[in-house]
Design a protein around this ligand. Sequence first.
Ligand SMILES: [Zn+2]
Length: 260
Amino acid sequence: MPFRCSPLRGLLFLIALLCGSTFPALAQESDELTLAIHRDFGYGGGSQIQGLFTLEATGPSDLASVTFMIDDIVIGEATSPPFKLQFDTDKYPAGWHDLIAVGATAEGRRLTSQTRRFEFVSPDFVWKQMSSIFATVGGFVLALMLIGMAIQFAPSLLGKKRGAPFGAARNYGWLGGAICPKCKRPFAIHWWSFNAGFFRKFDRCDHCGKWSIVSRASREQLAAAEAAELAASQPEPPISELSLEEKLKRQLDDSRYIDE
Ligand SMILES: [Zn+2]
C-alpha cells in the first residue's frame, strides 16, 4: 500500500487516511447484518407500505439463522440462506412499525441489523391515494384535450381566419385531404372530425372555418384544388399611385418638352 501511495506525494496523507478508514470498515461490513425489504404485491409510497413484502437479511458467510421482528415481536425465523421472510402488512395495526433482524453465526455470535421504520397503511388508505392519483392524471389528460381543442378553435372564436396561404404546399396527414364545398379550398381531414357515414366526415374547413360534410378527395382532386387556389391568389397588378413629388417632377418634365 505505501508503494502505491508514494508517487502521489501531495495526496499521500489523504490516501493514507482513506486506506486507514476503508479497510477496517470493509472488515466490519462483512460481519454486519443488513436488512432489506422487497415488495411482492401491494403499495409502496416512500415509507408508507401496504400488502405483501419480503424481509431479507444478509450477513457474514457463517450466518446460521435469522429471526425477524416487528416492534420487538418475533414474526418468523429463517435457518438457511437466503434468509427471507414474507409478511402481510394488513395483519398488523396501521401506523409506524420498527422492522429488525437478529442473526446468529455458526460460532454463536449475535448480530443485529439496522432498524427499518415503515408506516403500514390500510388498503382503504391506498385506494383513496390511488383514486386521487388517477383523478389528478385524468384531470391532466382532460385539461390537455381541452387545451388542444382551444388551440384548434380559438382563431375562429376570435373571429380570425386561420389556414395556409393560397397554394401553399401542405401535408394532408394519414386521414387524407378534403375539399371544402364552401370555399373550394383543400384542407387536411382532422382526427377529431365526426363520422358522417359512408366514409364521410363532418369536418371544419381550416380556411373559411365552416363546417360541412366532406369525403376524402383523391390526390388529383387535391392537386387541382391547390392549382385553383394558386391561380386565385395571383396578386392584382398594383394600381400605380404617384407621390406628389413624382407628379410635380413629371409635370415639370412635361413643361420642359413644351418649352423646347
Ligand atoms: Zn372552406
